[in-house]
Design a protein around this ligand. Sequence first.
Ligand code: ATP
Length: 360
Amino acid sequence: MAVFKPENVEDLYEIGEVLGSGHFGQVRQVRERATGTCWAGKFLKIRKGACSRLGLERSSVEQEVEILQAVQHPNIVTLKDVFESRAEVVLILELINGGELFDFIAAKDNLLESEAIEFMKQILEGLGFMHSKNIAHFDLKPENIMLADKVSPQHNVKLIDFGLAHHFNQGEEYRSTSGTPQYIAPEVINCEPLSTAADMWSIGVITYILLSGMSPFQGETNQETLGNIIAMKYEFDPQYFSMTSSMAKDFIQKLLVKDPNDRMTAEECLLHPWIKPITRTQLAKRNRSSINMKNFKKFNARRKWKMSYNMVWICNRLVHLKLLKGSSDPDTVQRQCESDVEDTETKPASLLRRRLSSSS
Ligand code: ATP
């Protein structure tokens, strides 16, 4: 059972700039007063009563903490400590300074498939480790794949955000419809029993985007996107995949498989010839192929724009709602808005809720 310390986090840490925001709170840089070391503090609002719709259930935070404690791996964010006050839980996490992997790639002029593979390998190693412990992430998407820093030549990948992760007990049947439309597996949409294979579908989508700058199932609306996933409607349009190796396409095809039992596992992915070439020809093919950088940059710019547009839209709506209700001063409302996102929705824990923050 995870220990949530009752001390006031501000007595031990100086609270600094905002690093990011999620559905239930903010992530801020914090500085440990005793050592001067910087960490990331994830401030999560906790639901106060059974009738309250504000914030997260304490049990969900406990689950996130227990999972983080169980997945100590170089490619997964490390949890240092947890503090709890009346209305908030603060997770003290390793500070990840390198930003999102997709932003790092989009800033480059070009990228060979062999270089992209080095990132994929690390994602798969982190994921394989989680899966070996019967833990699924269930929210793999570009926003949750970061780089430890931008300077070290190894470019260490870190998986973050275990808010939807689940630890499977032996023989357990687990269903959930949470996730981000573009990246979720058909079994999530169909509300079928889930397994770690749902993460492998998301890896297929992420690889497809990384190589082409196109999202395989993206429709005009989220409804259309979900429909395309169910119908398995995707193709390798030569317009976007002319620079892609056949091995890379084979890798994706073995992940975007409807039956979760037939999808490659993380372990199998690491042995696929695209990741681990056996012959010289396979090795050479990877070095001749590159990602569609022009289109990838466009995809990433659109993704970032949608993320900020969604956040501004949600904030404006909340400010409006709270002012109508005669809530406190507008500044306080504005500061709170990012962590109150769920309250704008009528269907909790649904795909709809996630749509608000996703780059749909
Ligand atoms: P969501 O509601 O989207 O699931 P969340 O509330 O679970 O989000 P996270 O996704 O964990 O929160 O974090 C939100 C953002 O904060 C991230 O997208 C990232 O930009 C930043 N962030 C999270 N953890 C760290 C970290 N350890 N170091 C640096 N930045 C971080």
